[in-house]
Design a protein around this ligand. Structure first.
Ligand SMILES: NC(=O)c1ccc[n+]([C@@H]2O[C@H](COP(=O)([O-])OP(=O)(O)OC[C@H]3O[C@@H](n4cnc5c(N)ncnc54)[C@H](O)[C@@H]3O)[C@@H](O)[C@H]2O)c1
Length: 339
């Protein structure tokens, strides 16, 4: 798979690094309005610099385009790439609103190309393990999912992260969008959504700083989730999956999965903790960026599988749109909405 990368900021740089670790994947061209960033990535990871993203998507020697720019640019860039016959992996949130998501999905459909949403948390070791445990049946039948993520809005230095015009909303489209995706990923097909949000702490116009949602799947299972911009200290993300015989708890920071289960309903419980020693060691030695890059490596491999029409855990455009639908249900979907 040969890639063009639009957006050579923090995440674009890590995505370029990930491609270098994966056999059969290569970075062919890069673009950023900040030419120095594009040159830096091309120098370190290979590829030529192209000044205009519209030109990049038309290059004949690429199969796929990575869109890693602020969300207000995702729709135009992704549609142009899909119309040029490329597969697209677009960073999260897929777009600012449902109309933009739908237009992107329509472009993928009419061009018969794969549109992926960059939900790389699916490829963190704790989440891969949780999926494996749930699918093994160790906790019996799924009953409900409960999840939480939070950090402080002041912990991020991108001003656009708190701008409605760029993001389309607040915490639910930022850290919360990964949580929403993971919650739905474990719950199964989402049939009903209810939610509320508040914005009294930071008061960024149109951007909620707490969002709560309740989901019900078509099989009747329930989920509750909360995403917050005022955790105040540290970065938390936890997904708890409850079944008829036990439960699985997956943390991403620190990376950890616990499972407790019994052979019979209400019987004696056994417990196991999965610690992912290599991840912890490499995180200590090389920073959390190593962990992110590893998740991108797995995600790119899954993206290539999906583009070839094979089953894959990569998130689709439809998965990306569902997360926006859930975020909208919690905020009322209105500019400046109830928060
Ligand atoms: N997967 C994750 O966990 C994760 C984490 C953080 C951010 N993100 C997402 O990744 C995307 C990028 O975030 P980031 O933190 O790298 O932001 P960033 O600001 O560091 O990088 C964005 C880059 O896009 C460039 N850009 C802006 N307009 C452009 C244009 N018209 N043409 C070409 N380049 C242009 C900017 O110059 C900048 O270098 C966002 O969608 C964000 O939500 C994902």
């Amino acid at each position: 798979m040969k890639y063009g990368l639009i957006g050579c900021g923090g995440i674009g740089a890590l995505r370029a690094e990930a491609l270098g670790k994966l056999d059969g994947h290569s970075l062919v061209c890069v673009c950023d309005t900040d030419r120095a960033r594009a040159r830096d990535i091309a120098g370190r990871c290979g590829g030529r610099v192209i000044d205009d993203w519209r030109e990049l998507v038309r290059q004949n020697d690429i199969d796929a385009v990575i869109v890693s720019t602020p969300p207000s640019l995702h729709m135009d860039m992704s549609i142009a790439a899909l119309d040029a016959g490329k597969h697209v992996l677009c960073e999260k949130p897929l777009a600012r609103n449902l109309d933009e998501c739908q237009a992107m999905i329509d472009a993928a459909t009419r061009n018969q190309r794969f549109l992926a949403t960059g939900f790389n948390y699916r490829f963190y070791p704790s989440i891969i393990k949780a999926r494996e445990l749930l699918d093994s049946g160790i906790i019996g039948e799924l009953d409900h999912v409960r999840s939480y993520t939070g950090y402080s809005a002041t912990a991020h230095d991108h001003e656009w992260l708190h701008e409605f015009d760029t993001m389309g909303g607040g915490t639910l489209r930022d850290n919360g969008i990964h949580l929403i995706d993971l919650t739905a990923y474990f719950l199964g097909e989402v049939a009903d959504i209810k939610g509320f949000s508040s914005g009294s702490v930071w008061q960024f116009p149109g951007c909620e700083d707490n969002g709560f949602a309740l989901l019900r799947s078509s099989a009747g299972h329930l989920a509750s989730l909360q995403s917050s911009w005022n955790e105040w200290r540290g970065y938390k993300l936890l997904v708890e999956i409850y079944g008829t015989l036990g439960c699985i708890r997956a943390w991403c920071f620190p990376m950890l999965t616990q499972v407790c289960w019994s052979q019979t309903r209400g019987g004696p419980l056994r417990k196991k903790t999965h610690l992912f020693a290599r991840t912890h060691l490499m995180e200590k030695l090389k920073s959390y960026r190593w962990v992110v890059v590893e998740s991108f490596v797995h995600e790119f491999a899954a993206f290539a599988d999906a583009a070839a029409g094979n089953p894959s855990a990569v998130a689709s455009g439809g998965d990306g749109m569902l997360t926006i639908r859930i975020a909208d249900a919690a905020t009322g979907g209105l500019a400046g909405g109830p928060c």
